[in-house]
Design a protein around this ligand. Structure first.
Ligand SMILES: Cc1cc2nc3c(=O)[nH]c(=O)nc-3n(C[C@H](O)[C@H](O)[C@H](O)COP(=O)(O)OP(=O)(O)OC[C@H]3O[C@@H](n4cnc5c(N)ncnc54)[C@H](O)[C@@H]3O)c2cc1C
Length: 472
């Protein structure tokens, strides 16, 4: 059967599953789904887009895809920045954004179970009404879906204290590549009064799907830990003459268990660049920034925040930093956390590639130096932004290029590959696996081989987002 005939036949059968209006092969729809928010990557046309409403519909579609051996690519908000939710080999995009309800806001267990396609913004609004919150905010929260963020194991403001999103997941419902439906964590026992424990029934099956980029299964439900909303915040900006001081400060925050929600290290010159175009909006004065600046939000119970603030001031004084008296900066970062990154990334005329990675806190300087060296070597513009994420520093350096400049785009790709290699050499690890890490990952022979075997076992026909983090 020709590919066209096959797709027509599948489309007809999928219409029977989800209804005619939720399947499309019209060119305008396919074009829309041929890209994501990742500006610096190629686009790929899918053959079909389908928008299911239930887990059972997803399972039926996956079974069909298996029967016809056609690739399927789960997609949430399409906000991924590493070209993850794209139909590299054609096939069917499964858009999960119609599945966007809260299923169980469980105040007894302090967990919330949501459908895959709910956005962080919508979830936050619902939790806020009860004085509760999910404490991690990807800076794409108004469009990024919860399952999409679990699938990439994202992070964001809030991660300094609460780690990556994966660390807050209690359990999942997943449609396996064969179409079987499994529930992980304590809810694998159907008598459980909601999700309350991730590590139930042997090894951590939940973890298998966290960060798997939709290549191991389609997540249709996510259970997350929830907490009381903080009652008090404090915003502080500290300056350091040397990188060593800024890194040691973050380490001390961890050591003393300070209630830090969001902390970023900036190089003074990069900060001056950001403040130039965002400062006025947030009322941030452009001062003489020292070489290294830590902007910081602490938050939680009032008595703890007050205590932690005093402790933090004494730590800073001891290690030779100073309070710059610019609370407007972290306050702007925190209070506008769902939008500020989008503003900073799309308000200028450049395209860019991002190279997400985690560095050990005490190697922040080495990672920043590697980024700078590669940018300089290739004559590229870029920056070294990132945020503290538990015990690591989550870097998201950008490499810019002019939209029409083919030569610059080639240079960016080359620099990207070189940087990935350098970063692994100094002990960094990918934050979110992505196609551009594959070359480097292959050097970790046993690890890569093990991943491949898991993929082959789960997805023998290689239909789930093929090629996204493993070559076939
Ligand atoms: C302005 C902006 C700011 C951002 N800030 C952050 C940030 O602070 N932190 C951060 O981590 N990321 C950030 N990102 C990147 C991106 O938003 C996140 O990776 C986000 O979590 C992706 O979610 P999504 O729903 O858009 O997923 P998509 O982009 O649609 O998909 C991402 C990957 O997940 C897979 N996937 C999606 N849904 C499912 C599912 N239900 N089951 C299985 N696999 C699935 C896809 O196949 C794909 O591989 C930002 C992006 C933008 C544009």
């Amino acid at each position: 059967m020709s590919k066209d005939m096959k797709i027509k036949e599948i489309a007809k059968r999928i219409k029977d599953i989800v209804g005619e209006e939720y399947v499309s092969d019209s060119i305008d729809v396919l074009l829309t789904y041929s890209v994501t928010a990742s500006t610096g990557f190629d686009s790929y046309m899918p053959d079909l887009v389908v928008r299911p409403r239930t887990t059972e519909e997803v399972a039926e579609i996956v079974k069909l895809a298996n029967e016809y051996k056609v690739p399927i690519i789960p997609r949430g908000g399409g906000t991924g920045l590493q070209a993850e939710a794209l139909a590299r080999r054609g096939g069917i995009i499964i858009d999960l954004t119609r599945m966007n309800e809260v299923l169980d806001l469980n105040e007894e267990n302090l967990s919330v179970t949501v459908e895959a396609g709910i956005t962080f913004g919508k979830l936050d609004k619902i939790l806020m009404e009860k004085g509760l919150w999910f404490p991690i905010y990807p800076e794409s929260s108004l469009s990024a879906t919860v399952a999409g963020n679990v699938a990439v194991n994202g992070a964001g403001p809030g991660s300094a204290l609460y780690g990556c999103t994966g660390e807050q997941v209690l359990g999942l419902k997943v449609v396996l590549p064969t179409g079987e439906i499994i529930t992980t964590g304590s809810m694998a026992n159907p008598n459980s009064p909601g999700h309350y424990l991730r590590y139930a029934f042997g090894p951590d099956l939940t973890g298998l799907f966290i960060g798997s980029l939709g290549a191991f299964g389609i997540i249709t439900e996510v259970a997350l830990k929830i907490y009381k909303r903080p009652e008090e915040f404090k915003y502080v900006t500290y300056g350091f003459e040397e990188a060593k001081g800024a890194m040691e400060f973050l380490r001390q925050l961890l050591l003393h268990n300070i209630s830090v929600l969001h902390a970023c290290i900036y190089e003074g010159d990069i900060l001056a660049f950001f403040i130039d175009f965002l400062g006025e909006e947030y009322g941030i004065p452009q001062i003489e920034w020292p070489p290294y600046v830590v902007s910081l939000t602490i938050g939680g119970r009032k008595d703890i925040v007050e205590h932690d603030y005093e402790l933090m001031e004494s730590i800073v004084a001891r290690i030779g930093g100073r309070n710059l008296d610019v609370p407007q900066f972290p306050k702007g970062e925190w209070t506008d956390r769902m939008r500020v990154y989008a503003k900073a990334s799309y308000m200028h005329p450049y395209y860019w590639r991002i190279l997400y990675h985690h560095a050990p806190i005490m190697r922040w300087d080495k990672a920043a130096k590697a980024i700078r060296e590669v940018l300089d070597k290739h004559g590229l513009m870029g920056h070294t932004s990132g945020l503290m994420s538990g015990r690591s520093y989550n870097f998201y350096p950008h490499l810019y290029f002019e939209v029409e400049d083919e030569e610059a785009f080639e240079k960016v790709k080359e620099a990207h590959a070189e940087l990935a290699s350098k970063l692994l050499e100094i002990g960094c690890v990918p934050f979110k696996l992505a196609p551009y890490w594959v070359g480097e990952l292959k050097k970790l022979k046993e690890y890569y081989g093990f991943l491949r075997r898991i993929k082959q076992f789960l997805d023998p026909n290689n239909i789930m987002n093929p090629g996204v983090f493993l070559e076939d």
